[in-house]
Ligand binder design. Structure first.
Ligand code: KMH
Ligand code: ZN
Length: 309
């Protein structure tokens, strides 16, 4: 059987890292748009997008903070837009799904379980901060519960169902695969599903090859051949785990949401630099990367002409 092409997703800014941590982290409308377009040009066929307050860089789920950059990305690229419903991690599911519902994107994230979700150890690395909110946000994440109860998942799934959005099911641990299976059994999601194995978040499964194999085997057991998968590994594990996953037939996600680095100890200059690196690795190892239209076909997406931006 011909090997399927590898889909590269780029997660452009996220809600974990803060402006102090890297000058490359985009948070203005212009910079989010420019880096997203550049990442698509470098080979990302899916752009996973969060918004930020353009003055302070704080994570935002206000649709008004997505509106200035979404049309610009659509005009400049053919890439699939995937809108986060993870949010800002402490907000209600009702607020978190507003951007995806408002803009009816081709894809959005769907977080498959409640968990500790912490990056408080990062706070120790910085003595001064660019913006007032950053230190408390980062240091205080040891008290965050990222809430995604079954009721929250059901609310997100039923609210977004009329929009025909393909979900990127974020599974931060093996139990989240079972949560997804349960949700499929009660009719909330239909196969084939698209899984994102999220590895290396403090609160979730660690980023190593044994765990990846365990996640993959569990997905095989639960979903048979009726799923596609991708990996994102946080921090230093990003490129090594993406490389391994691509060799196992998985798709990959990179971007400054997940890691600020291009190699050990060296900050990335941009999202596109990470996309170019993983693309080079994938191609050097003999695989091909999917174009946006190939990604649409592989994931059976509704099409870029059916979004609301
Ligand atoms: N920040 C990632 C670990 C979301 O946006 O819904 C997971 C994520 C969640 O991308
Ligand atoms: Zn995200």
């Amino acid at each position: 059987m011909a090997r399927q092409k590898t889909i590269i997703t780029c997660a452009v800014t996220g809600a974990i890292h803060t402006p102090t941590m890297s000058d490359a982290l985009p948070y203005t409308y212009d910079d989010i748009a420019a880096q997203a377009v550049e990442a698509a040009e470098a080979g990302a066929s899916i752009l996973h997008l969060h918004a930020r307050n353009p003055e302070t860089g704080a994570p935002s789920v206000d649709p008004g903070d997505f509106a200035p950059f979404l049309p610009r990305i659509k005009q400049a690229t053919d890439a699939v837009v995937n809108i986060s419903t993870g949010g800002s991690l402490t907000l209600s599911i009702q607020d978190r799904i507003k951007p995806a519902a408002t803009f009816s994107a081709e894809m959005c994230s769907m977080n498959m379980g409640s968990m500790n979700f912490s990056f408080h150890p990062l706070a120790r690395r910085y003595e001064s901060w660019k913006f007032d909110w950053e230190k408390d946000y980062v240091a205080g994440s040891d008290a965050f519960i990222f809430r995604n109860t079954f009721r929250d998942i059901e609310e997100a799934a039923t609210t977004l169902a009329p929009h025909d959005i393909k979900f990127e099911h974020e599974c931060y641990d093996v139990g989240h695969l079972y949560n997804l299976k349960f949700c499929m059994d009660i009719g909330l999601f239909k196969a084939p599903v698209f899984l994102q194995f999220v590895m290396g978040i403090l609160g979730g499964i660690g980023a190593d090859v044994e765990n990846l194999i365990f996640m993959k085997k569990t997905a095989d057991k639960l979903f048979g051949d009726r799923y596609r998968w991708s990996i994102l590994a946080a921090g230093a594990a990003q490129m090594p785990m993406a490389t391994t996953a691509s060799q196992m037939g998985g798709n990959v996600r990179v971007g400054l949401e997940d890691s600020l680095f291009i190699s050990r100890g060296q900050l990335a200059e941009s999202n596109a630099q990470q996309v170019a690196k993983i693309r080079r690795i994938i191609e050097d190892l003999g695989s091909e990367v999917a174009t946006p239209d190939e990604a649409r076909e592989i994931l059976a997406l509704k099409g870029g002409d059916r979004v609301n931006f």
